[in-house]
Write a protein that binds this ligand. Structure first.
Ligand SMILES: COC(=O)C(/C=C/C1=C(C)CCCC1(C)C)=C/O[C@H]1C=C(C)C(=O)O1
Ligand SMILES: O=C(O)CCC(=O)C(=O)O
Ligand SMILES: [Fe+2]
Length: 366
């Protein structure tokens, strides 16, 4: 079973942002207007030097490159994970038509009448279906985003009632896409392990049948992008996250680096990968999950398709012995991943605060 909140909650009225946009009102409802300190300050983040962008990893060099190419790319991978917690992957081997198809069915779904989408409601306190996840109270600010999320693997986390029959190709495309993304996650975890100097199969052997979930995020254009957030700042609770940005989309994803929000420029046919909290714990903080958020655009809509890949709920995790020594004392305790998942999905998105669950000294930001 996927983790859910067990207490009764009142989340108040959650407006559907696509419907708000259709109503053409220029005033943003107060629940979406962020306090001053949280607003995106668009001008301050759009003029960064181009060198300040996340590394691009060529997967074909890791899969079938010569020795030199392999070593160069592994080094780049390790630097990306250490310095950014993010990278983009090109030549990933996933059929580009499949990437197009998943975008197409996602857009077809979001373009359906709201009554049709609401046949698959995300119940308050849960994370699957159509709606807004991570809302737990009436006074919580809302994101300028419509989400549709599904648990995929193992089958026990699936809720068949939430799988849309419209568009008719939706489910089949999700199945094909998720199989390919799963293979990619396994390959990436193997190379991430090698980049750490541990055995390539370490993560896969440890994870059991990994949990896989998918979220489609649709950010309609917003008349006041300076006042709202598309998605609140957070780190992902997964081991790895794979993010596909809609073709031709504007910049929307930003990551927090040295206290500055850095926009991620989409690279054609690339997938964005980020290190989740689980890898941060397993590497004892050597590879960190980065805080990130999404901002909106005044005229353009944006779509992202996100896959979360995480260990099985039954496994216990903690820093790997190879990552701990007298210079790197243990920073995280051991815990059950199912408990962390429950903690993650029963708290609002709040930067990296969720990971305090695992920290031995929670006040440290490491
Ligand atoms: C921002 O993160 C998420 O929305 C998210 C949710 C994932 C899930 C589903 C959509 C349905 C099945 C359960 C699951 C919690 C995996 C993130 O997933 C991360 C968070 C944890 C913890 C994790 O294991 O993956
Ligand atoms: O839409 C984006 O670019 C960010 C999505 C994201 O971070 C998430 O879904 O966890
Ligand atoms: Fe995320």
């Amino acid at each position: 079973m996927a983790p859910v909140v067990e207490f009764p909650i009142n989340v108040g009225r959650i407006d559907d942002v696509q419907e708000l946009k259709k109503s053409r009102k220029t005033k943003i409802p107060n629940r979406f207007v962020r306090d001053k300190a949280e607003r995106p300050m668009l001008a301050a983040t759009t003029h960064l030097p181009s060198s300040n962008s996340i590394p691009v990893i060529d997967l074909s060099k890791l899969m079938k490159g010569n020795k030199e190419e392999f070593h160069y790319e592994i080094l780049k991978l390790s630097t990306s994970c250490e310095e950014w917690g993010f990278f983009q992957v090109i030549n990933h081997g996933i059929d580009l038509d499949l990437l197009e198809k998943i975008e197409k069915v996602a857009m077809e779904f979001f373009m359906l009448p709201v009554e049709e989408k609401q046949k698959y409601p995300m119940a308050p306190g849960t994370v699957q279906g159509y709606g807004q996840a991570f809302v737990f109270s009436e006074d919580q600010k809302l994101d300028w985003c419509n989400m549709f999320a599904l648990g995929l693997v193992p089958h026990s986390i699936r809720n068949p009632k939430l799988w849309p029959t419209n568009p008719p190709t939706f489910s089949g495309t999700v199945e094909s896409y998720s199989k390919e993304i799963r293979k990619l996650c396994k390959d990436l975890l193997r190379f991430i392990a090698l980049s750490l100097g541990v055995g390539g199969n370490v993560f896969e052997e440890m994870f059991g049948v990994s949990v896989q979930a998918m979220r489609m995020n649709y950010y309609p254009a917003c008349p006041r992008p300076d006042l709202v957030l598309g998605l609140s700042p957070h780190s992902d609770g997964s081991a790895l996250t794979v993010l596909q940005q809609g073709k031709g989309n504007t910049v929307g994803l930003q990551i927090l680096k040295n206290n500055t929000w850095v926009p991620i420029q989409p690279v054609r046919n690339a997938l964005v990968i980020n290190i989740g909290d689980t890898i941060e714990v397993l590497t004892n903080g050597r590879y960190k999950s980065s805080e990130h958020r999404a901002v909106t655009h005044k005229e353009k809509d944006r779509l992202s398709i996100v896959t979360f890949y995480a260990p099985s709920y039954d496994i216990e995790i903690g820093p790997m012995a190879e990552m701990v020594d007298e210079n790197n004392p243990t920073k995280y305790r051991r815990y059950n991943h199912g408990e962390y998942s429950k903690h993650y999905v029963t708290n609002k998105l709040q930067g990296k605060k969720t990971l305090d669950f695992a920290k031995i000294s929670p006040t440290n930001s490491f």
